[in-house]
Design a protein around this ligand. Structure first.
Ligand code: OOG
Ligand code: NI
Length: 529
């Protein structure tokens, strides 16, 4: 077996994302329509602008199909042990936890991280990520035992098949943590079961589901099912405004507004919109049955009588990504968002918000690549335009103090005087020696995520027993005190659940920028004096 080739994590991730896309299109027909719309919009955008529209995304010129591939999905987990195993699954796919998101600020009893590739090469091969939330039961504080009910339901399920767990063990025992091709196929098939809708058979009774919904719709979504069903997938669009219009004109119920920054010449961060979650049929068992592992779910359910109900959680989203911003760029973004919110009359939403947002950003957030770089608002990747011997400014030469310019010296210079080197690089950009390209933002935005959550959880669905559902709707809309209070984050406990630290995204962007600069200096054959 030693001679058989392992499947590379990047390839495995690509295969997994494709399989997941296929599964989700089968499960949610409207999602298939969304993918078609996005491909059409991307095709037109490419035709209209040549390759310019891709200039900010650091990718090779590509076909509309490849361009429109899914860029992310999202799952919601209930228990630390579930997250721990999910981390192992994603590690095999070359996806690692990056960034901490405290969703309690939006009244959700959850926190999250994003599993994604972390190297420039892997990101270029396939940037697919999964936004993964974990329940924080300690934030569900209301009387009435809903927290205990949720935990009880969760403790009875197992998200992972025996075959999947054994493949994880096998892969982890090997040095590279990889699988052979035949094992990879089984791995993807079994992993997909964990994230599938599982025929919409619930793991709770209809009444239990209603009780959890009344507390918070997301509690029901997390605790009442056998699987950690993917709740949306998100292809990339080159023109999100056009895609949103196309979705509306096809009659889709679409989120009121596009989350994130306004449309700009130099896109930053992430813009997202979605069609609203669908009310889908669910079969609830009429009584409790003891649940074995995932493998024996089907036969047992079929023996029981099932009650027809529904559940509203799954949707389809699209995204458009721009430059990763520095801490300063992020502060400015957050300030302008807050300014916009303050300026918007509480009653006026939609168009009005968007106009104010555009105005606020136009006045205060530079929309010119040179200015964004000069003010250190975005991270850039530097590239040599052509080789030409370049002299180091005398002050740098003095810092190094010798005649030769070795790679170790340049490393040293970068480490100790990075800010100054960036300034120098920008002069070289002005002189036409280097080119600066924005580094694509690969992460998420907490306020946008909260907006996406909220627009898809507002609608509580109806079931055959409707009284408590009506109560749920009321409690969400009448300003009664929220059961989940805004709370600080708890990154430590999420890391403990994961069993590993969470990487700070800014460290990755800064490293990518620095690596590119160093490469340029070496390639230029920089000399002193
Ligand atoms: C995750 C929402 C966050 C995004 O694009 O911001 C997200 C969820 O609904 O579970 O995917
Ligand atoms: Ni999303």
């Amino acid at each position: 077996p030693d001679a058989a080739p392992y499947v590379h994590a990047d390839e495995l991730r690509t295969a997994f994302a494709l399989a997941m896309s296929h599964m989700y299109r089968n499960e949610v027909a409207l999602y298939g329509d969304l993918v078609r719309i996005v491909q059409g919009v991307n095709q037109s955008a490419l035709l209209a602008s040549g390759d310019e529209s891709q200039a900010n995304n650091n990718t090779m010129p590509d076909s509309p199909e490849r361009l429109s591939l899914e860029r992310h999905g999202a799952i919601r987990l209930g228990l630390p042990s579930e997250l721990r195993t999910v981390r192992r699954i994603f590690a095999l796919l070359g996806m690692y936890p990056v960034g901490y998101y405290n969703l309690a600020v939006a009244g959700l009893p959850m926190h999250a991280t994003c599993f994604r590739p972390i190297t420039t090469t892997s990101l270029a091969r396939n940037p697919f990520r999964i936004f993964t939330t974990l329940l924080r039961p300690e934030l569900v504080t209301s009387e009435g035992g809903t927290r205990d009910l949720a935990l009880q339901l969760l403790s009875r399920r197992s998200l992972f098949s025996a075959e999947l767990l054994s493949l994880l063990d096998t892969a982890e025992q090997r040095q590279q943590g990889r699988l052979y091709a035949d094992q990879a196929q089984v791995f993807i098939r079994e992993a997909l079961r964990t994230f599938s809708w599982a025929s919409g058979v619930a793991a709770s009774t209809v009444d239990e589901c209603a009780r959890l919904r009344a507390e918070h719709p997301v509690l029901a979504d997390i605790a009442c099912f056998r699987t950690a069903h993917i709740n949306h997938l998100t292809p990339r669009t080159l023109d999100i405004d056009a895609a949103q219009r196309a979705m509306v004109s096809e009659g889709m119920a679409v989120k009121e507004r596009i989350e994130g920054p306004p449309r700009r010449r130099c896109p930053i961060l992430l813009r997202q919109t979605s069609f609203l979650a669908l009310d889908e049929p669910v079969h609830f068992p009429s009584e409790h049955v003891s649940l074995g592992d995932l493998d024996d779910c089907q036969p047992r359910w079929e023996e029981r009588s099932l009650v027809q109900g529904s559940h509203c959680a799954r949707f389809g989203e699209i995204e458009e990504r721009g430059a990763a911003v520095t801490a300063a760029g992020r502060r400015l973004y957050d300030e302008l968002l807050a300014e916009t919110t303050a300026a918007v009359n509480v009653a006026a939403k939609g168009r009005k918000y968007d106009e104010i947002l555009s105005d606020t950003f136009r006045d205060s957030y530079p929309d010119d690549l040179r200015e964004l770089c000069r003010r250190r608002l975005i991270f850039c990747r530097y590239r040599c335009k052509g080789k030409q011997p370049t002299r180091m400014p005398p002050d740098f030469a003095a810092l190094l103090g010798q005649d030769t310019t070795t790679s170790t010296e340049l490393h040293d210079l970068m480490d100790k005087h990075e800010e100054a080197v960036i300034g120098w690089a920008q002069r070289l950009v002005d002189d036409g020696v280097l080119v600066a390209e924005p580094i694509t933002y690969e992460d998420f935005l907490p306020f946008s995520a909260a907006g996406i959550f909220q627009s898809n959880l507002q609608k509580t669905s109806s079931t055959t027993t409707s009284t408590s559902i009506d109560n749920a709707e009321n409690s969400n809309q009448t300003g009664s005190p929220p059961s989940v209070m805004a709370q600080g984050g708890d990154q430590g406990s999420l890391e403990e659940a994961l069993g590993c630290p969470i990487t700070d995204p800014d460290v990755l962007y800064a490293q990518a920028q620095k690596d590119s600069l160093l490469e340029c200096l070496l390639e230029l054959g920089v000399t002193k004096a």
